[in-house]
Design a protein around this ligand. Structure first.
Ligand SMILES: Cc1cc2nc3c(=O)[nH]c(=O)nc-3n(C[C@H](O)[C@H](O)[C@H](O)COP(=O)(O)OP(=O)(O)OC[C@H]3O[C@@H](n4cnc5c(N)ncnc54)[C@H](O)[C@@H]3O)c2cc1C
Length: 194
């Protein structure tokens, strides 16, 4: 094992990694050869740490969400594949109106981590009585979709990303760039159901 990979493996513990993991098991297409090393990030801290370490050590890595849009060669990937499973979601503020009937919620700000599936996102919004219709039927995760989905982008108030200097910054959706940014989480403004 390359000593640089050993540094990463030792820092997380060997039991957190899989070796020669078939990527066909993680892509919607069902294609993909083995990943030399495979890691699942369960917290933002882990995701930031492992990507920052790969960059510092100059090791090839690739991050994916649910694998619905990626095509991986049968030859696999000679580096570290990171699966994003950071999926916390919370309501951080609500805007409402006080009437004689009580307080009616009009809009909420929801923070979602990038590995949250769109399915769980929609379930959460429905449970909070917030508009979810335009997000339904999208496959994948918040992180994979933010680069593509106009619906998600239009609702994004701010997006927390890891930039190329491995610093965490907050940006607007229009400044998002797949070559420059790893999405950690985003805050969305969502209207209440009528
Ligand atoms: C059947 C089908 C229907 C679709 N319909 C629609 C549609 O109606 N509207 C629409 O907008 N899109 C649609 N899409 C596209 C869909 O939104 C993308 O497939 C989605 O982005 C995939 O999310 P994922 O988590 O599976 O991404 P993955 O396939 O896991 O990754 C896709 C890319 O995003 C990158 N990525 C993933 N997470 C992050 C992150 N946190 N930070 C940085 N980069 C990241 C990966 O590196 C990779 O390059 C459709 C796709 C399919 C397959």
């Amino acid at each position: 094992m390359d000593s640089k990979y050993k540094l990463i493996i030792d820092s997380f513990g060997k039991d957190r990694f899989k070796f020669n993991e078939p990527l066909k098991n993680h892509t919607t297409s069902g294609f993909g050869g083995p990943a030399r090393i495979f890691f699942i990030a369960f917290s933002a801290k882990e995701l930031i740490k492992i990507i920052s370490m790969c960059r510092q050590l100059g090791l090839p890595y690739f991050l994916f969400g649910s694998g619905s849009k990626i095509m991986i060669s049968d030859l696999g990937f000679d580096g570290l594949i990171i699966k994003n499973r950071i999926k916390d979601i919370q309501t951080i503020s609500v805007k409402g109106k006080v009437t004689k009937y009580g307080i009616g919620v009009q809009e909420a700000a929801i923070e979602a981590e990038s590995g949250l599936s769109i399915k769980k996102w929609v379930e959460y919004l429905n449970a909070q009585n917030l508009e979810a219709l335009e997000f339904m039927n999208l496959p994948g995760t918040i992180g994979g979709n933010l680069f593509l989905s106009k619906s998600l982008q239009n609702h994004a108030k701010s997006i927390k990303v890891l930039d190329l200097r491995s610093e965490i910054i907050e940006i607007a959706a229009e400044n998002l760039n797949p070559r420059k940014h790893i999405i950690i989480s985003a805050v969305f403004r969502i209207k209440a159901k009528k």
